[in-house]
Design a protein around this ligand. Sequence first.
Ligand code: NAD
Ligand code: DAU
Length: 338
Amino acid sequence: MKYLVTGGAGFIGSNFVHYLLDNYKDCQVINLDKLTYAGNLDNLKDIENDPRYSFVKGDIADPELVNKIFKDGIDVAVNFAAETHVDRSIGDPADFITTDVFGTYVLLEAARVYGLKKFIQISTDEVYGTIEIGKSSVETDQLLPRNPYSASKSGADRLAYSYFATYEVPVCVTRASNNYGFYQYPEKLVPLFVTNLLEEKPVPIYGDGKNIRDWLHVMDHCSGVDCVINNGINGEVYNIGGGNERENIEVVNIIFDQLKKPDSLKTYVKDRMGHDRRYSLCSDKTMALGWQPSHKFEECIRETIDWYVNNKWWWEKIKSGEYLEYYKKQYVDREIAE
Ligand code: NAD
Ligand code: DAU
């Protein structure tokens, strides 16, 4: 089977490349990645010389390049490539529209013209918007995205569906919850807080710290996507949730406990604009295909924290240059929460 993985140098994409190579002896994997600030070939160092793997540096929004790749023949395309950070989308949404919406269109168009067996659009639980306590989102629920990131992901999610409904491109859409694991860029909650604490810096908790996210181990996300590739019905959407809903402060407390850091390093800062209070997924439909998450949160979040402790070489070089500019804009002089 020949897979095109877009965004394969990012957090989930690189874990998915590893997953494919580990699980399918005869697969071929092409990784198409623009190497934005979030793309990192260090994530793939151990497999870069694997004869089954090849890397193409390029933009999913470049029709010439994308058409050339599809023309050579692709069995399965999995579109992870995206601008992914909510805070950055609030500061400057332009790249989110170009990559997440237009880039997805370019890929779908190539899939329509050249054909393939399956096109997976990687979407997110954020498309459902904020979910009140007591409810969980099912795939047929209305989409109510509330920030430029989730709105552009919703656009791509429905555009992908339209290519199934209109042109019969074999599309499935997956909507996953918050991933944790190795190789996550240190702008996201878990790696940001762990690495700040390892540098003896305070951590910025937004608002009251009681927003709820559902934590999914990245390898459970990978196995969920694989299950949908193999068993998903074309045109359908599949939720992939971890079943581990936690208030942010609970996750933060685990990190503090594991690293043995004092509470004085917790700072409550002005909330994210439009901050969704809670996400919650019902994953019954994906489980009915045969998928089960197998990573226990309490154990695996600690293993993840340890990975950042033991892999300073990986994140120390990221926390320089563009990262420091972003960090300064986002956090330095940020008001304290009321
Ligand atoms: P990430 O930011 O770590 O990686 C994104 C990757 O896409 C990077 O390697 C980047 O270089 C690449 N990229 C960006 N623009 C590109 C372009 N125009 N052309 C080619 N490559 C480009 O993101 P992630 O956290 O690994 O997320 C991957 C996907 O999963 C995204 O589609 C995201 O919306 C979705 N998702 C993420 C989570 C999560 O918790 N991280 C949860 C649900 C869904
Ligand atoms: O739910 C899936 C989504 O999860 C994905 O679609 C996104 O690509 C991914 O970035 C993630 O979005 P979140 O906004 O939930 O992730 P983030 O790690 O940025 O924030 C997690 C929670 O922690 C959220 O409630 C905001 C809070 N937070 C985050 C940061 C960066 C803080 O309190 N302080 C911070 O500095």
